[in-house]
Design a protein around this ligand. Structure first.
Ligand code: GLU
Length: 450
């Protein structure tokens, strides 16, 4: 453990202004002790942990663009290429006003282990900008994306670094980004981005993959514990891509989704979000883009209750809480309320939704946590399958991609179990995911030399 403590202290000293990045470093390194202790001499000798916490490359660039009034605006663009021991750098782009280097580094660091868990040959990276598409016109978004790619194109490539979407970057943004990449390079290299539209190299099931993958992993976890989704109640946050996919699959598997949420509050639908209500979630994104209140529109249309300014955590009793919105949605106060409400499972669909203190509290109360690195790995996994289809110049059927996604999520549960059994840990999926994800990266880093 001394080695881990030393590296955490060094990372804190070097990155004191990056709270989100430090949070994930403490969380990951804090739980890989059993593996590090066993292999300390070798890991130390080759400075594996010191090298792991330092990104290979951090690119920060200016993104000038013109708004619809002819005013020139400037945003900041990022691409952090964290680790390519397992494969080309891979990870999404996030466009959101609260994006900064700390946020991109935390996402990139998490991506290393998540991508490792998929068992596909993918390194870890993340990028984005403090540009926020909400409230912007399509043309403003197009001009921004073109300017962003005019700088980014020189740093990416199908075998080098493959960006995709994340918060604020969906099919519209990826289309504009891909169009500009193609225009600049003159080549149709579809494998340079994933999450593309179906008409130009995208994969079926990619939009559903994050939410479906989380539901599949949850099925495996529940199965292992002799339980099932059927009849369970779910409390979801967000109403974007991850929440949509999760609601679609959970309702199909017989679970009941009681809540959706956003910055303006949450809706409680006692009859459950299913069928056409899930389809309405797509329309909610359009409403949000137009600056309208999507949640009150849902509440009005489906006679649900709307609670402005509140979060669902601990206000609604549910068997499974599923954060699907953003980082640090759940702190100790919310975790305490969730425990009082009798929550049994926390399935993290958004990246790092729970503070480290809240994780510790929930674990002490025997809440089973499916950590984001494992639970939301379905998104990047199908991105990996999109890359495979692009390389082979083939298009797989939805059934084929879905079956592969299921297999990958099953494999993630198996890897976590293997580690848990090896180190005689309790059923701690947080440690299981971190150790299993790290082990493979460490092996590759050691094999490839310093
Ligand atoms: N942004 C997603 C994630 O957090 C997907 C990344 C990708 O498909 O490359 O994993």
């Amino acid at each position: 453990m001394d080695y881990i403590k030393e590296v955490i202290a060094m990372t804190e000293q070097k990155n004191s202004s990056q709270p989100e990045f430090l949070q994930t470093v403490r969380e990951v390194l804090g739980s890989i002790g059993p593996f590090v202790d066993e292999n300390e001499a070798e890991l130390r000798k080759y400075s594996v942990l010191e090298r792991l916490v330092e990104p290979d490359r951090q690119i920060i660039f200016k993104v000038p663009w013109m708004d619809d009034n002819g005013v020139y605006c400037v945003n900041r663009g990022y691409r952090v290429q964290f680790n390519n021991a397992l494969g080309p750098y891979k990870g999404g782009l996030r466009f959101r006003n609260n994006v900064n280097l700390s946020v991109i580094k935390f996402l990139g660091f998490e991506q290393i282990f998540k991508n490792s868990l998929t068992s596909l040959p993918l390194g870890g990276a993340k990028g984005g900008s403090d540009f926020d598409p909400r409230g912007k016109s399509d043309m403003e978004i197009m001009r921004f994306c073109q300017s962003f790619m005019t700088e980014l194109y020189r740093h990416i490539g199908a075998d080098l670094d493959v960006p995709a979407g994340d918060i604020g970057v969906g099919s519209r943004e990826l289309g504009f980004l891909y169009g500009q990449y193609k225009r600049i390079t003159g080549n149709f290299i579809s494998g340079v981005l994933t999450g593309k539209g179906l008409s130009y190299g995208g994969s079926l099931i990619r939009p559903e993959a994050t939410g479906y993958g989380a539901a599949y992993l949850l099925c495996d976890v529940l199965d292992h514990l002799g339980d099932s989704i059927e009849g369970k109640t779910f409390c979801l946050s967000g109403y974007g891509n991850a929440a949509w996919g999760a609601a679609k699959k959970i309702s199909a598997l017989g679970g009941k989704v009681l809540t959706l949420s956003g910055g303006e509050g949450y809706v409680y639908d006692k009859d459950g979000v299913s069928g056409e209500k899930v389809d309405f979630m797509e329309h909610m994104l359009t409403l949000r883009a137009e600056g309208k209140s999507a949640l009150s529109a849902y509440a009005e249309k489906y006679h649900a209750e709307f609670f402005p300014g509140e979060k669902p955590w601990g206000n609604v009793p549910a068997d499974v809480y599923m954060p699907c919105a953003c980082q640090n949605e759940i702190d100790v106060a919310e975790a305490e309320k969730m425990v009082d409400m009798g929550v049994k499972y926390l399935c993290e669909v958004s990246n790092m939704p729970t503070s480290n203190e809240a994780i510790a509290l929930l674990q002490s109360k025997n809440v089973v946590i499916l950590p984001a690195k494992a639970a939301n790995a379905g998104g990047v996994a199908v991105s990996g399958l999109e890359m495979a289809q692009n390389s082979a110049r083939l298009v797989w059927s939805a059934d084929k991609v879905d079956a592969k996604l299921k297999e990958i999520m099953h494999g993630i549960h198996e890897q976590m179990l293997e580690v848990i059994n090896l180190y005689k840990l309790p059923y701690d999926l947080v440690a299981g995911a971190n150790i299993a994800g790290f082990k493979k990266v460490a092996d590759a880093m050691l094999a490839q030399g310093v």
